[in-house]
Design a protein around this ligand. Structure first.
Ligand SMILES: Cc1cc2nc3c(=O)[nH]c(=O)nc-3n(C[C@H](O)[C@H](O)[C@H](O)COP(=O)(O)O)c2cc1C
Length: 208
């Protein structure tokens, strides 16, 4: 067995959360981005991107994304809204919408409509009360299954498990069998302000 190089071993108990964040967001990359709409109890709409995001289950379809507590240990508006109105729409934006997506990561007062702030039109999705972004080619309409609470320290996650109940899939990107990445132009989040395009793909057959 290979001996560990001791300089490569980091004791998590001795690391600051901000350093763990840097290591995780640099190493676990590129990450897909959930662009999430919610509403508060008064019906004000909110939008925010979350790259701690993936598929948790297919049948039933469940998405997982994790808004962290901020430095003041406060939950993000998305989580507070989901506690009041437990439904959301998770959009996949693509490169054409990435500037608007970034605009919705600004910290705005809770009752300010982030669709207006980013110049995005709303559309309805099924019976959901929460609006979807009209321009987003893919939108998953969800009801909250569970919110897993990882504690009350800054950067603690609130893992949202959102069950998909209705899907908007624009025929320009979805032909009923495949999503066309050359139309969707997916973007991934790297560390800090960096993003990645998917312009250099390759295939690998899985073993029998
Ligand atoms: C591309 C991108 C990905 C992000 N991913 C996350 C994330 O996974 N978790 C998180 O807590 N914040 C993330 N943020 C920051 C939030 O979007 C930001 O705090 C936002 O203001 C939260 O909005 P809300 O308070 O309206 O919910 C991300 C920002 C960007 C630009």
């Amino acid at each position: 067995m290979h001996e560990d190089d001791q300089s490569a071993i980091l004791d998590v108990a001795e690391l600051e959360a901000s350093i763990i964040y840097r290591l995780m967001s640099g190493a676990i990359a590129p990450r897909p981005i959930a662009w999430v709409s919610t509403i508060d109890a008064q019906g004000n709409a909110n939008l925010a991107p979350f790259s701690f995001f993936n598929v948790a289950s297919v049948d039933p379809p469940v998405l997982a994304f994790s808004p962290l507590l901020n430095g003041q240990r406060q939950a993000k508006d998305t989580v507070r809204n989901l506690q009041d109105v437990p439904e959301c729409v998770v959009h996949i934006g693509g490169e054409a919408l990435v500037e608007a997506l970034n605009a919705t990561s600004a910290t705005l007062p809770p009752n300010e409509d982030e669709f207006l702030h980013a110049g995005l039109e709303k559309a309805t999705l099924g019976n959901l009360k929460v609006p979807r972004i009209a321009a987003a080619p893919i939108a998953f309409g969800c009801r909250v299954r569970d919110i897993v609470n990882f504690g009350d320290r800054p950067l603690s996650g609130r893992l949202v498990l959102a069950e998909v109940v209705v899907i908007h899939a624009d025929p320009s990107v979805w032909d009923g069998r495949h999503v066309d990445p050359d139309v969707l132009h997916p973007v991934g989040r790297m560390a800090g302000a960096d993003y990645a395009r998917v312009t250099d793909r390759f295939s690998l057959q899985r073993p029998e």
